[in-house]
Design a protein around this ligand. Structure first.
Ligand SMILES: [Zn+2]
Ligand SMILES: [Zn+2]
Length: 449
């Protein structure tokens, strides 16, 4: 296949026949976030490279190995966002959002870019849903953010997902912890991998993240951060757990969750599933009380999370969860001849104005071919218009599910069809066991509620 008709490694198309799934997930996450007072923020795909160097952290793999960085034609160093938080914090500072009532609750659905080895659910262009809550230090906020993620999984019907939490303390208590870690790893220096030797001097906590089996075995015996928390951090972590219990959200404390990103403080959490391979984290988040200052703003406690949309979809598919089918075509109008097609266009326009999904022939096919197409669309009703129908002012409307036909006047078509269509929907509801005493006239006149 020619190069231009092949997508770039690590990228993926969402085809029209599949997009209803991601649309359903996107709608669900946005609506859940809305219940918690989050409003959407949209930020650019690229930012100054320095923002990510400072905001994500120079020592991280993301910044060192994975960013798409290039010089633009004006000689600026530009980077495609590898994650969402840095850009949102930049925007918060640039537009003085700290002057508005706090906390500032912002959510986003974005594409991100990392030059990684592509694997299932891990692409070079991937998509994230994220929430950031800026301007609160309270442990109640930590629990609320976790509750939001928990609700998303509940609403989507995702099962067997475990919430794991930990506290990685503040710079104050981490000083002691780093010292203890350094001492411990120093004594195992001979066995550590090259990368970890470098980490030992720069940021020993990152050794806990190493995927090499030898390093992970050493890390498993390392001192636990929760044993080094200062009074304030220990109290904060205790309160977060108290709130989670009050909200009836089950969790386990996992002292080995740390963060590759430098700006995280106190609470970290992950929602983990065993059903999408070894690295089953579908959502990760936590506090980043140091980030806003790091990027050049006033000291601002903050927290948030991000979830990978591709992984979430993989998980939902692995669990065979239902995605509501997109609405089928309500009416397909087949037509013979130009005059009839003009009338069909007019009727379709009227129905769309009423919020219905209507289609007519825009290809110029034979009636037989049009009906075949209507079948593929899964049209609920069809109608054929030709010269005699135009002359008589009426046509036959066919219910494709039952085969039942009825005559319908073309003059009052939109109104009559609306009635028939609503009636079918109500019947469908009754078949599902819902009792409906809804009066069609009140629906038609918009006076239902
Ligand atoms: Zn502390
Ligand atoms: Zn290592």
């Amino acid at each position: 296949m020619a190069l231009v008709t092949k997508s770039i490694k690590g990228t993926q198309d969402t085809l029209p026949s599949e997009s209803y799934k991601i649309q359903f997930v996107e709608q669900t996450v946005l609506e859940t976030a809305k219940n918690y007072g989050y409003k959407e923020i949209r930020v650019p795909v690229f930012e100054h490279t320095e923002l990510f160097q400072r905001g994500v952290g120079d020592t991280t793999d993301v910044v060192q190995k994975e960013m798409y960085t290039f010089e633009d034609k004006g000689g600026r160093s530009i980077t495609l966002r590898p994650e969402g938080t840095a850009g949102v914090v930049r925007s918060y500072l640039e537009h003085g959002l700290f002057n508005e009532p706090q906390p500032m609750k912002m959510c986003y659905l974005i594409s991100c870019y990392r030059y990684e080895k592509p694997q299932a659910g891990r692409l070079r262009e991937f998509h994230q849903f994220g929430c950031e809550c800026l301007g609160t230090a309270s442990p109640a906020a930590d629990a609320e953010v976790i509750s939001l993620v928990n609700d998303i999984f509940l609403f989507l019907g995702v099962k067997d997902i475990e919430l794991q939490i930990n506290s990685i303390g503040c710079p104050e208590c981490r000083k002691n912890y780093h010292k203890a870690l350094h001492e411990y790893f120093e004594s195992k220096k001979a066995d550590l991998c090259g990368t970890c030797l470098d980490r030992l001097e720069r940021n020993p906590m990152r050794i806990l993240d190493c995927k090499s089996p030898v390093c992970s075995a050493i890390a498993a015996e390392a001192p636990k951060v929760t044993d080094y928390l200062c009074d304030e951090c220990a109290e904060h972590f205790g309160k977060v757990q108290e709130y989670l219990k009050a909200m009836e959200i089950p969790f386990t404390v996992n002292p080995s969750i740390v963060r590759g990103l430098d700006y995280y403080t106190k609470t970290v959490f992950e929602f983990v599933s065993t059903q999408i391979g070894a690295q089953g984290t579908v959502c990760g988040g936590g506090r980043y009380d140091g980030l806003v200052e790091e990027v050049g703003g006033p000291k601002t406690p903050a927290l948030g999370f991000a979830m990978g949309m591709e992984r979430l979809l993989l998980l939902m598919e692995a669990q065979n969860l239902p995605f509501p089918e997109e609405a089928k075509c309500d009416l397909y109008i087949a037509s013979m001849g130009e005059k009839a097609t003009l009338r069909a266009a007019r009727i379709a326009t009227d129905l769309r104005g009423e919020g219905l999904h209507a289609q007519f022939d825009v290809v110029g096919r034979s009636v037989k071919a049009q009906m075949k197409f209507a079948n593929k669309l899964g049209a609920a009703f069809t109608m054929v218009l030709g010269d005699s129908e135009l002359e008589n002012g009426k046509a036959k409307l066919k219910n494709m599910a039952t085969g039942e036909e009825r005559e319908i006047q073309l003059d009052s078509f939109a109104d009559d069809f609306m009635r028939i269509s609503i009636n079918e929907s109500l019947k469908g509801l009754e078949d599902l066991g819902y009792e409906s005493n809804i009066d069609i006239d009140s629906i038609m006149s918009g006076n239902l509620f």
